[in-house]
Design a protein around this ligand. Structure first.
Ligand code: FUB
Length: 331
């Protein structure tokens, strides 16, 4: 048997460097435990209550349009008077722009700056909003227009595009809410909206008039908040499911269906009955934008806050369930 002789000085060196490595390992483990990196990017806006997010990718930025829950705590309803806009180049840092649109900008409306969405066409920005109509009882959808994604916006029509008397499948007065708009690859624009019934209609090229009959889509447990988007050849119709709301989605190869129901996408969002999602692709990543009631200590169903987490597609085009986090987007 051959013996290997290790010189004494080498033995000392090996032993001491091993001890150093071990010590270093436990020291850094201890350091990690003692001071974990705490990043809380959700909710993304912490100085105001924001709700009903709708995001627009335009050039190299994302513009985020939100509703604005008033901070008072003496009532239990969605009291909202204006909308807000923020922009970001990285989905982490958000810049607020001056309040670009209020209910009072629509002379025919009397309150409730509810959910909305902005879309761009030929350098003009069309903002579809839900409000309470002043003379036709119930909610209605109006349109504001601007030459810039951050406004100033003005009422484009001087009247509503959709009023409660135009949809008769439900008797409720708040079924004409939550507009979502898409311009398909062939240039045809569509408006989706609804509460308890999901409606959609073609829009004329001017984006200001409907073009044809209002149609409805059967979706399991449809509550409200339809969001229409397209990704790699599939159309996706996500929506608030049941109440308190989860978010579910359906997929189709055609904007006119048939829609295949694909299940729950997001669970009930913390401390909020509503959930209201927007889904976008930006700089090669996909994002799920929603609201919860997580601002301590007064946040809740009527004082909501917008959050963002990553969204991931499977190879077959279906979407993985969203994991809501406090960290939010960190890179
Ligand atoms: O913000 C008012 C209403 O609450 C919205 O229209 C719904 O989508 C829900 O988020």
């Amino acid at each position: 048997m051959k013996t290997i002789c290790i010189p004494f000085f080498l033995l000392i060196l090996i032993t001491s460097s091993k001890t150093l490595a071990q010590n270093n390992g436990s020291a850094s483990a201890k350091a990690k435990k003692a001071s974990p990196t705490e990043v809380y990017n959700n909710p993304i806006i912490k100085d105001k209550y924001t709700a009903d997010p709708a995001a627009l990718v335009y050039k190299d930025k994302v513009y985020l349009y939100t509703g604005h829950d008033v901070p008072e705590k003496d009532f239990n309803f969605y009291r909202m008077n204006d909308w807000l806009v923020y922009s970001s180049s990285d989905m982490i840092h958000w810049q607020e722009h001056p309040v670009p649109l209020k209910v009072t900008d629509f002379s025919w409306a009397k309150g409730d700056a509810w959910a909305s969405q902005v879309i761009e066409k030929n350098g003009k920005f069309y903002w579809y909003v839900a409000v309470e109509h002043g003379t036709v009882p119930g909610k209605a959808i109006g349109i504001a227009v601007s030459d810039s994604p951050t406004g100033p916006f003005k009422d484009a029509l001087g009247k509503a595009l959709i009023t409660n008397d135009m949809t008769t499948k439900t008797k409720i007065s708040w079924d004409d809410i939550d507009p979502s708009v898409i311009i398909d690859d062939d240039g045809q624009a569509y408006l989706f909206w609804g509460n308890t019934v999901c409606n959609y209609v073609k829009l004329k090229p001017n984006m200001l008039e409907i073009d044809g009959p209002i149609q409805t889509i059967d979706l399991p447990n449809f509550t409200e908040a339809p969001w229409i988007h397209k990704h790699k050849g599939y159309y996706y119709l996500s929506y608030a499911y049941q109440f308190p709301e989860k978010i579910a989605y359906a997929m189709s190869k055609s904007i006119n269906g048939p829609w295949e129901y694909k299940g729950i996408l997001n669970e009930i969002a913390g401390n909020s009955n509503t959930n209201h999602q927007a889904i976008i692709d930006f700089k090669g990543k996909s994002y799920f934008i929603y609201h919860n009631g997580s601002i301590p200590t007064e946040g809740g169903s009527f004082r909501r806050s917008v959050c963002i987490d990553r969204l991931y597609y499977n190879n077959d085009g279906s979407i993985k369930r969203v994991i809501m986090t406090s960290e939010g987007i960190t890179e």
